[in-house]
Design a protein around this ligand. Structure first.
Ligand code: GAL
Length: 674
């Protein structure tokens, strides 16, 4: 079964609407409702006084209607009484200003009063609903991510730092060394002197800022784990998760959190108007979610049925037909669910113009009809649930059989470090570069996993390193070993520059990978918005147009590598831009500028070709089970009909496919392969 449904907030409605909800859920074949996410004030109207009647009734009603419940703990939105009783638990910004209640997420997770209150309501829920037959999963909190710079946070930060660097004077010495406090007279002589990176006169200490980001990921994780363990104690067999924001919104280290949840659950809010970019976005986020969960099936916990408020403040809608195609694109890449925020559009409250599966206009609407069609499609492909997807499990991915195709490294710490003020360019963002490389493979139809920097790379034909700025010596050694053993590694600018304490590796950039790449960088020359630089096609100085580089350039010399293209103008004219190097049994490429999409496509298609990966450009994915059964998902995102080689039973239409599958523009097909 594919979990289908979404956030359900019946507390905003009356009994007549509940009855209609039941009927419409049956019509749309909804089988899952996420309940109680923001219900703390309903459940605990005054400190220590609980009121569960409406939740009892809701769970009973859903159960009677055949709908399973993902029951949330409501701790992302403490009630107003909590704030008034515990003002010290309100979050404080870097400038010292304290926020008030009136929205959501107004708490400091390092405040003892908040932690205690969160565990109290969680414990009550665990006790009351442990044996409820509707309970299918626990959903702890909502999108953990609120950070705080208050005194509670300072105390917790100091404790975390003592855990990292050691207690007592030796620990402080280690911290002083790691943070480079010799600069600007920042040397600490007592733990109480070490504060969060609060608003200050000029640039903050980069290592302190990075450690504070690590600290908050760990502190929020400990808040999650405390709730998780309480729930597990009551219901050892009910899985516990929390919904992660998508990669950009997430302030947590997904790799650490991925290990702590029973199943990875992700919220993904696509920009509906970004057509082609939107499809690539779904592919990237899905591969990321699957990677964070160690390759297992994951859950799409929230997406928007249609309208969201876009970056310019304007409401955007999801174009007709996209609800099905987009939803199946997540399933193709390993999601076992298609869940939405939210079931019914609210008529009041901060998100009253956010789409619901049942819009303000009711059920006689395009959106609800698309939801009904989606529910029936998901029933027809229910057999794929529990099967796996991914580059390592895609026998038809390229010419590779039984081994991995490609992987891209994603690293939260590099992302955080690159966001530090005072770096050579504020515009180099790890996730942008990762998405660009992943997008080039997606356009080429090559399956790609998302992996961690120190992960197991064996079996991948090709590994991409996108501005992975921080590399530990251990992670660098693992990349070195991968190449020495015959791997192919594409490394971009901005990778391997600093160690995990944000200290630059000296002797030439990128210090952690110079030998593997056979290059040595001397100077960074980042580009301004709108600036670009011409490149030669091929390593010869006189060759014609090789496209353009943007964002970043650097003064590079080779130290064993072959030059594939050079800068054709400016201060760097004639110097290497893209290089290739043989190392052990493997090959590396170094890309010192941000190639435009076509340049990146050309490079990665050539590299993939060398890696033995077929480049066909048709966006297909497979899910496979342990017995070798496979399901092909094929999408036509273009304006023209396409044909895809396939044989088997197409599950959405029930038609047999013999050899070729025809896909009209906008179509999607799921073939149980013969
Ligand atoms: C999510 C959040 C939901 C809702 C939604 C609106 O980030 O978890 O509660 O606010 O955004 O898009």
């Amino acid at each position: 079964m594919i979990w289908f449904g979404g956030d359900y907030n019946p507390e905003q409605w009356d009994a007549a609407v509940w009855a209609e909800d039941d009927a419409l859920m049956r019509q749309a074949r909804v089988n899952t409702a996420t309940v109680g996410v923001f219900s703390w004030a309903m459940l605990e109207p005054a400190e220590g006084r609980f009121s569960f009647d409406w939740l009892d009734e809701t769970l009973d009603r859903l159960h009677g209607n055949g709908v399973r419940v993902i029951l949330a703990t409501p701790t992302a939105s403490p009630p107003p009484w909590f704030t008034l009783a515990h003002p010290d638990a309100l979050p404080v910004r870097p400038d010292g200003s304290r926020l008030w209640h009136g929205s959501r997420d107004t708490y400091c997770a390092a405040a003892p009063a908040y932690r205690a209150a969160a565990l109290r309501i969680t414990g009550e829920l665990a006790r009351r609903y442990a044996d409820h037959p509707a309970l299918a999963m626990w959903h702890v909190h909502n999108e953990y991510g609120t950070r705080c710079w208050c005194d509670h946070a300072a105390t917790a930060f100091q404790a975390w730092l003592r855990g990292r660097y050691g207690t007592g004077p030796a620990g402080l010495d280690a911290l002083n060394e790691a943070w480079g406090t010799a600069f600007w007279s920042q040397r600490y002589s007592a733990w109480e002197e070490v504060l969060p990176p609060r608003a200050t006169q000029y640039l903050p200490n980069p290592a302190q800022s990075l450690d504070f980001r690590r600290f908050w990921s760990a502190e929020l994780l400990s808040a999650f784990v405390a709730q998780r363990d309480l729930l597990r104690a009551s219901t050892p067999d009910v899985p516990v998760t929390t919904n992660f924001m998508g990669p950009e919104g997430l302030v947590l280290d997904p790799w650490e959190w991925g290990r702590a949840v029973d199943v990875v659950a992700v919220d993904h809010y696509l920009s509906a108007t970004a057509a082609a970019a939107g499809h690539a976005d779904i592919a990237f986020v899905s591969d990321w979610a699957r990677g964070v969960g160690g390759g297992r099936p994951w859950l799409l916990m929230e997406q928007a049925p249609s309208t969201v408020i876009g970056p310019d403040g304007l409401q955007e809608h999801r174009p007709p037909g996209r609800m099905l195609r987009d939803s199946l694109a997540y399933v193709a890449r390993g999601s076992d669910s298609v869940l939405f925020f939210q079931w019914r559009a609210s008529r009041s409250g901060a998100e009253m113009y956010h789409a619901g599966l049942v819009p303000h206009a009711g059920a006689d609407t395009r959106i609800f009809r698309e939801a009904v069609a989606l529910g029936s499609a998901l029933e027809r492909i229910a057999e794929v649930s529990g099967t796996v997807s991914g580059s390592r499990s895609v026998p038809g991915s390229g010419t590779v059989s039984g081994s991995g195709a490609a992987a891209v490294i994603v690293d939260a710490e590099s992302r955080w470090a690159l966001e530090t003020r005072g770096l050579p360019s504020p515009r180099v963002r790890h996730l942008d570069v990762a998405r660009a490389l992943h997008g080039a493979l997606w356009r080429a139809g090559i399956a790609c996993d998302v992996v961690r920097a120190d992960g197991d790379l064996s079996g991948y034909r090709l590994v991409l390193v996108p501005a992975v700025y921080l590399l530990s010596t251990a992670a660098a050694s693992s990349l070195r070993r991968y190449v020495a053993d015959g791997g192919r590694l594409v490394v971009t600018f901005g990778s391997g520059i600093a160690d995990p304490f944000h200290r630059v590796y000296t002797g030439g950039y990128p210090g952690a990978l110079r030998d593997v790449l056979g290059v040595c960088g001397e100077e960074f020359h980042p580009l301004r918005p709108g600036e670009s630089v011409a490149l030669t096609l091929g390593g010869e100085r006189s060759t014609p147009d090789g496209g353009r580089g943007t964002l970043w350039t650097e003064r590079l010399r080779t130290d064993g590598a072959t030059v594939l293209s050079r800068y054709a103008e400016g201060d760097l004219a004639g110097l290497p831009a893209v290089t290739r190097n043989a190392f052990g049994a493997g090959t590396t490429w170094y890309v010192s500028t941000m190639l435009a999409d076509d340049g990146l496509d050309d490079l990665l298609r050539a590299v993939a070709g060398e890696a033995g990966l077929a480049v066909d450009g048709v966006p297909v994915s497979r899910r496979v089970d342990e017995d070798g059964n496979s399901w092909l998902f094929a999408f036509n995102h273009s304006d023209a009909a396409v044909t895809v080689p396939a044989s088997g039973l197409e599950l959405l239409s029930g038609q047999e496919v013999a050899g070729t599958l025809e896909l009209a523009p906008g179509d999607v097909a799921v073939v149980r392969e013969a």
